[in-house]
Design a protein around this ligand. Sequence first.
Ligand SMILES: Cc1ncc(COP(=O)(O)O)c(C=O)c1O
Length: 463
Amino acid sequence: MSRPFANIAVDTPVKILLTESEMPRRWYNLAADLPVPPPLGPDGKPVTPEMMAAIFPMGILEQEMSGERYIDIPEPVLEILAKWRPSPLHRAFGLERALKTPARIYFKNESVSPAGSHKPNTAVAQAYYNKIAGVKHVTTETGAGQWGSALSFACAQFGLTCRVYMVKVSYEQKPFRKVMMAAWGGECIPSPSGRTKAGRAALAKDPDCPGSLAIAISEAVEDAVSDPTGSTKYSLGSVLNHVMLHQTIIGQETELQLEKAGERMPDRVIACVGGGSNFAGLAFPFVKRKIDGEETTVIAVEPAACPTLTRGTYAYDIGDSSGMTPLLPMYTLGHEFMPAPIHAGGLRYHGMSPLVSRAVKEGLVEARAVGQLECYQAALTFARTEGIIAAPESSHAIAMAIREAKLAAEEGVERVIVFGLSGHGHLDLAGYEKYLAGGLEDSTMSEEGLADSLKCIEGFPKP
Ligand SMILES: Cc1ncc(COP(=O)(O)O)c(C=O)c1O
């Protein structure tokens, strides 16, 4: 009888698991090893924590500006993270076999969280620091809805209310995200909305505006700062240093799990990038080791339709559409950039985390762009071999892992490839449906379109 599973020894672990007591107790802060230029206010001077105090609680601001290498994770945060953490590291035997590759492929599975992605790792921490600062209400934006769901879940844990401005095109593509938020007590509003000045301005310019993360951020910040009682703060799901910090539990767990699997430093560390948090979470502990002299190739994968790292400019730009945020030193496509309505809604952001941007600029991280058709094809291969239906965002990492595994096969090299499965796609089936029916297209940005969208940052200071 043929043995289809002959390359798997019965005692080879497929899921490499850690116990709760092995969960990392501190976050890693890349800013200690890779300082970034400071955020600037409208006057071109560095912003102080006090200037941001109307938006964020002090505990968060201290982390945002911290140069400490490690920061302890508070016990109440660990207690909630333990509901699903440590998350499993899987060996992708099925995918390896299908690709006939000598590479050993592992993926870190963040889809097991309550909201279905990595986003709760920081949502829980942010809700906690708001709670201990006496905040009652939190506002935010969301692209694909993963972040809004995660923050709604986290706010429910600490008895806070949560209002989410969701990019309209995603709101329409993924109606059940709103229901998830509501189940956790969160309120979800399509953006641009008529509730805020920023939303009304976007609608006046284009009544059919599909929305963008930049507009949704403006709406959420405006909503928070206009609460006369001062009991509302804003929470951001990516981009800023403290968000990168909170996600590093992912990479630290992965290091322990690889060690358990008998692996050393992986040859490739791959994750998708929108604002940078899932990528930072998996990759930054490995980037630290690279800074310390170990060798690896770390790859950030973005959509060809929103090529911030691969075609954007390293410059100061605002994080939203109307200048409610400070100027951040980052790769950007210009804050007026209106991305094509691709299904990876969480990757449609004009800017990038200053820390991720700096790591790319310093050559510690390679950036690559992939079209959505290759990503969906990769996601189907993954679903049919590993069983999991991935989020469209995560499919960018899968596509790159497949490219690298095929390259290892061509070169006959036994590489260790680790990629981040940042979320599942159970609420993203409309995209899969269209792809399966042949109704999706690749879209790339023209050179003229790019030059046009960068015009809005011409007068800004240079980092
Ligand atoms: C599943 C998933 N992965 C990745 C991302 C990209 O965001 P970030 O770059 O902050 O990880 C998102 C954003 O919504 C997401 O939902």
